[in-house]
Write a protein of this length. Structure first.
Length: 150
């Protein structure tokens, strides 16, 4: 009987992991990696996760809107006569959408800045200055993007 319960629990866990997909695991592992690097307290982790999620949500909304806007631009380009004003209006609309992403990111960065102490802010600044952590994982120790491009 206990084996049946354990097997059912394992099956439920497997289905949950399978349905979540790879991008969700990467998203959580990146949060965990960054929070470990910053040595964040549980209270800080909660605030930082909320800040990350607000940026991600606004960015995903921008991406979803971009799919529809590409169709709009394609329709504008299909017309026999180029309409300068409508294309400019299209760009203005995209700028307004991006402004929402920027405001969300600035607010989230302000929250993160407020909750981190001086040492943690310095660590975060160094991580940002150095660049993407995972970028070097795909090139091996003896290759760089410069040598690959040649």
């Amino acid at each position: 009987m206990i084996g049946f319960i354990i097997g059912t629990a394992c099956l439920i866990g497997f289905i949950g992991v399978w349905r979540s997909g790879h991008h969700h695991r990467f998203h959580r592992s990146l949060h965990r990696w960054l929070l470990n690097k910053l040595d964040a307290s549980p209270g800080q982790e909660r605030i930082l996760r909320n800040a990350f999620d607000s940026i991600r949500t606004s960015a995903m909304d921008f991406v979803e809107g971009g799919k529809a806007s590409r169709r709009e631009l394609a329709d504008l380009l299909r017309e026999p006569n180029f309409d300068n004003e409508r294309v400019n209006d299209w760009f203005v609309a995209r700028e307004h959408e991006f402004k929402r992403v920027r405001e969300s990111a600035v607010g989230a960065l302000a929250e993160a800045h407020e909750v981190l102490d001086d040492r943690q802010r310095e660590s975060l600044a160094k991580l940002i200055e150095r660049g993407a952590y995972f970028r070097s994982c795909h090139h091996g120790p003896y290759r760089s993007r410069v040598t690959e491009a040649v």
